[in-house]
Write a protein that binds this ligand. Structure first.
Ligand code: C2E
Ligand code: CA
Ligand code: CA
Ligand code: CA
Length: 275
């Protein structure tokens, strides 16, 4: 039997109410998380395809939830973005990563680090001035910090993208395009922006398995732009070998290491520096 349209309408309204309530609940939960410092950073090494040594790392946020345990960013960053709470969370992330870079340098481990910034953060009018203050406040070297943004940022997701990115670049930070190849196929915009690096999205590891025609194209594009390349989501020795043989020197993925807590990341670095 068909459901009567009126009944359907009631069901829809109930569904929307449920969604709104869930959204509100996560928002409240996130506000507490900010107050109670429930966030933590994991670090995923970026290694050299030829020497297998750690050459950099990406900071990735986790939420140490009192009931739910360790919550992955995909389960809360979207709500944080919608509610604007991402700005406050992101400020914490940026300060943590900058301090970490300064501490590494003090330990004679001058390793570049990367942090993620969402479009909503970049459109915050205070974002640039806060980033500019961090080297003085934390002792970090901005040239050792990459700001990872997604392709959408370059294509009108945020107003004044060029101005914002140029100011960050002027402040000494590196600008890196994350998830490259998943957003748009229009490449015409690329040379207009101050881009230091490109991260090839992990969906392209399938292309590598199939000969790597697309990845080769991205590598030569990056080289024409003078940008470094990191291959993301590298899970097999064969993928790493292909990258090494085709001039891609940086890789990140489960083959080398999953993202790990800070203490484990530091012990990896100390072990490496003794070898
Ligand atoms: P992303 O920036 O593209 O980060 C890479 C994601 O791929 C991470 O997921 C990482 O754990 C996962 N990954 C790494 N190697 C492999 C692999 O070999 N295979 C597979 N299948 N996955 C791999 P994670 O940590 O869950 O982060 C998800 C996304 O959340 C990130 O994607 C990023 O967009 C966002 N995110 C994470 N931390 C932050 C942050 O501090 N601020 C903002 N705004 N976004 C963040
Ligand atoms: Ca990233
Ligand atoms: Ca990525
Ligand atoms: Ca992503």
């Amino acid at each position: 039997a068909k459901t009567d349209p009126k009944e359907k309408c009631v069901q829809f309204q109930q569904h929307m109410r449920l969604l709104r309530d869930q959204h509100l609940a996560i928002k409240k939960d996130l506000e507490r998380a900010i107050r109670e410092h429930e966030f933590t950073l994991h670090f995923q090494p970026i290694a050299c395809t030829q020497t297998d040594r750690v050459i950099s790392a990406e900071a990735l946020i986790r939420w140490q939830h009192p009931e739910r345990g360790l919550v992955a960013p995909d389960d809360f960053i979207p709500v944080a973005e919608e509610t604007g709470l991402i700005n406050e969370i992101g400020e914490w992330v940026n300060r943590q990563v900058c301090s970490m870079q300064a501490r590494l340098a003090e330990m004679s481990l001058p390793l570049p680090l990367a942090l993620n910034v969402s479009p909503r953060q970049l459109s915050d009018p205070d974002f640039v001035s806060k980033m500019k203050a961090l080297p003085m406040e934390t002792g970090c070297d901005p040239s050792m910090l990459s700001i990872e943004i997604t392709e959408g940022v370059l294509l009108g997701d945020i107003p004044n993208a060029l101005e914002t990115l140029s100011s960050l670049k002027e402040a000494g930070y590196r600008i890196v395009i994350d998830d490259f190849g998943t957003g748009y196929s229009n490449l015409a915009y690329l040379h207009n922006y101050p881009i230091d690096g490109i991260k090839i999205d992990r969906v392209f590891m399938e292309d590598v398995e199939a000969g790597g025609a697309i990845v080769k194209l991205v590598l030569s594009l990056a080289s024409a732009l003078g940008a470094d390349v990191v291959a993301e989501g590298v899970e097999t020795i064969e993928q790493r070998r292909w990258l090494s043989e085709n001039g891609c020197h940086r890789f990140q993925g489960y083959l080398y290491s999953k993202p790990v807590p800070e203490d484990r990341f530091l012990s990896m670095l100390h072990t490496q520096s003794r070898i």
